[in-house]
Write a protein that binds this ligand. Structure first.
Ligand code: CMP
Length: 142
């Protein structure tokens, strides 16, 4: 299987609820390499840019207000099959539907405040990673 990168975000609810360490532990235990990470406070405009694909959806305003309501932590994760693997580790978008043992099952509050983000494809993973990090800030593998 191909080594891939994906963009994860520890969202403002998880940062506020002191789940940063627990979520990073899950990332490490699942075998991902963290290639870069940072704590950022998004502006409303930056949150709208990141989620531009959802512009016009009924939840867009709530989503971008929430994502700019406090600091979040974007991380570039690398692993074989990273996109699907990270989505498996985080669980369903709605925590009420998330499997036992997933990050959203254990740490998310609601569909809107769902603790973490994961890219939905390799192509979007690259685009999303570069929304936060220029290529030279993504540390190369060994
Ligand atoms: P995320 O994986 O970050 O991608 C888009 C986000 O929109 C999603 O997680 C949810 O937190 C949020 N969201 C809010 N309402 C909805 C909805 N009805 N359907 C899908 N996503 C929603």
């Amino acid at each position: 299987m191909a080594v891939e990168r994906t963009l994860a975000i520890i969202k403002p609810d998880a940062v506020e609820n002191n789940h940063i360490g627990a979520i990073i532990k899950r990332i490490e235990e699942a075998g991902f390499s963290i290639r870069t990470l940072k704590l950022v406070q998004l502006s409303k405009k930056e949150a709208e840019g990141f989620y531009a694909v959802h512009r016009g959806r009924p939840f867009f305003e709530e989503l971008t207000a929430f994502m700019s309501s406090g600091p979040c932590i974007p991380l570039v994760l690398e692993k074989e099959n990273a996109v699907a693997s990270w989505r498996h580790v985080i669980g369903a978008t709605n925590p009420a539907e998330a499997d036992e043992g997933t990050i959203r099952k254990d740490f998310a509050e609601s569909l809107g405040r769902n603790a973490v983000h994961g890219s939905d494809s390799v192509e979007n993973g690259e685009i999303e990673a570069h929304y936060f990090f220029p290529e030279h800030e993504i540390v190369a593998n060994s």
